[in-house]
Design a protein around this ligand. Sequence first.
Ligand code: FES
Length: 205
Amino acid sequence: MSVRRLAEEAVQPSAFAFNKENLAWAKKSIAKYPKGRQRSAVILLLMRAQEQEGWLSRAAIEYVADMLSMAAMRVLEIATFYTQFQLQPVGTKAHIQLCGTTPCMLRGAEELREVCRRRIHQEPLQTNNAGTLSWEEVECLGACVNAPVMMIFKDYYEDMTAARLEEIIDAFEQGKGAQVPVGSQSGHRPAAVRCEQSRAKNEGS
Ligand code: FES
């Protein structure tokens, strides 16, 4: 697990603001919360800021804090706690978050890490030469039943193998990431899904 700090000053933009569309969305989202609970929108707004810029800068964190009348430190605490938030620029086409916790490690996470080291960069949170790909190791992604697991932006890729990771990296590099099916890469269905499907089948018969 890497230490989570704001990016160095050299890459921090001087300002951040939501674009017109995101600003309208943010105001609408904040209004959904009961009076006095608007701060509950903080994670939503941070996610949208990250989607707009590709990562979360100090300026974006302060902007969200201002919008919700929160102390910037409180928003910084949230941004540095959750690994879904990228605190420095990451690959523009894919940022791979590899689960390295015990079940995934026992099922081959270390081999996946070696592929990332070889194909992207030796060190986590560094982009490849083109700035298009990056990777990092994270704690349990909560999908251990299909270990080993990795996440690219909002999508999960499960039952991963080193060979499949090579193919997925190729696809994202070629701008075809959207064509890669998400979820289990081996077709494995979790027991809960199988039960649900079999129940639906029985009810229909
Ligand atoms: S240990 Fe990897 S998803 Fe839980």
